[in-house]
Write a new protein. Structure first.
Length: 367
């Protein structure tokens, strides 16, 4: 019996030591000791991600908290979602995202306050269905921006105030939207003024896509320069970065960063993803024989492109003050539905099982 007791005590001691070793060693290596994107880039800029309500629970939430330090509501704060009727605001989804960020000490970028898409028809029309006057539309815009920005004052540090007002055609400066048809260019400056009045401490951005393409880049620069000359309260430019394995070139990306930063503005890369397909603007159906497989060759090209752009980002850390990916993983991306519904895209750093892809290694390789 004495020998048995001695062995039992010895066994308990061994198990205790092993338990401590496991909790301090193996667990640490698979959890807290493994760095995320936010840790690799802590000396450069916040690393953010676009989220929906579904992102805030389960395995995606765990990945989010491990990898990112900033979040952006993908759709929850867009005008048509948060303000579907003149007398009604839908706060639930936006509130849940902001509350999640507050609880986990994440920064929040607000997206967006004025856009020609995802806006309810009531904004532009009177009770008889006719277009409203300029004064009425500007008052509605002021009421909307004031209400939304004040609700999240002190909780959202930066806003995409005006989104995508530059036309895509070479001969079109300001997009011919209903905002422009009714108000002219004035609504752009007014939107920034309304946002600044509602939260004087928030950073205010103009946000657009194809910002590296020379033709559109120069028009965006022209708009920003004009707003600065008018002393409009604008602090930076958001470059959406909906890119692909085919673009942008290093030359075009560097030229864009240098041109915008010459205005003394902050640069945020706001909606980063890396499609494996060439750019297309207009929706279409999937063609017969069109595959959507992430081949080893495409995966390598994507990894090389990601590595290139983040090398450039690090070189310009003085001017780049935020980078945000548009969605968490290849499990879901808006590119699965646009421009070709049903064609799987693989544009992010994490695969459908939330595992790090080859591209991830390129992003964190600082050599």
């Amino acid at each position: 019996m004495k020998i048995y007791k001695l062995k039992t005590k010895t066994l308990k001691l061994i198990l205790l030591i092993l338990g401590v070793s496991i909790s301090c060693g193996t667990f640490g290596q698979t959890s807290s000791a493994i760095k995320g994107l936010k840790d690799y880039y802590k000396d450069y800029f916040p690393m953010g991600v676009a989220v929906s309500g579904k992102t805030l629970s389960g395995d995606e939430a765990k990945l989010l908290l491990k990898e990112f330090s900033s979040i952006t509501p993908e759709n929850a704060m867009k005008m048509g979602v948060i303000h579907p009727r003149e007398d009604f605001y839908f706060w639930r989804d936006a509130d849940s995202i902001v509350n999640f960020a507050q609880h986990h000490h994440l920064k929040v970028r607000g997206h967006n306050l004025c856009w020609h898409e995802q806006v309810a028809d009531w904004m532009f029309k009177d009770q008889d269905g006719h277009l409203v006057t300029k004064d009425v539309l500007l008052k509605r815009l002021e009421d909307h921006i004031t209400t939304v920005v004040k609700r999240y004052k002190g909780k959202i540090y930066a806003w995409d105030v005006v989104n995508e007002v530059i036309g895509d055609a070479d001969d079109e400066f300001i997009r011919n939207s209903l905002w422009y048809k009714i108000c002219g260019e004035e609504y752009i400056a007014k939107a920034f003024e309304y946002a600044h009045a509602a939260d004087p401490d928030a950073l205010l951005f103009y946000n657009d896509y194809n910002t590296e393409r020379p033709g559109k880049r120069d028009k965006i620069y022209r708009l920003l320069k004009k707003l600065i000359a008018q002393k409009v309260p604008i602090h930076g430019v958001g470059l959406q970065a909906h890119w692909s394995i085919f673009e942008p070139s290093e030359k075009d990306l560097r030229a864009a960063i240098e041109l915008y930063s010459s205005l003394g503005m902050q640069i945020h890369f706001t909606e980063l993803d890396m499609s494996i397909y060439p750019w297309e603007k207009h929706k279409r159906q999937k063609k017969a024989g069109e595959t959507d497989e992430l081949t080893p060759s495409l995966e390598q090209k994507q990894a090389d492109q990601y590595a290139k752009i983040f090398r450039i980002f690090r070189e310009y850390k003085k001017h780049i003050t935020s980078v945000t990916f548009w969605n968490v993983s290849d499990r879901y991306s808006w590119l699965d539905y646009y421009p070709v519904p049903g064609r799987k895209n693989y544009p992010l750093l994490f695969d459908q099982k939330l595992q790090r892809k080859k591209a991830y290694s390129g992003v964190i390789n600082f050599k």
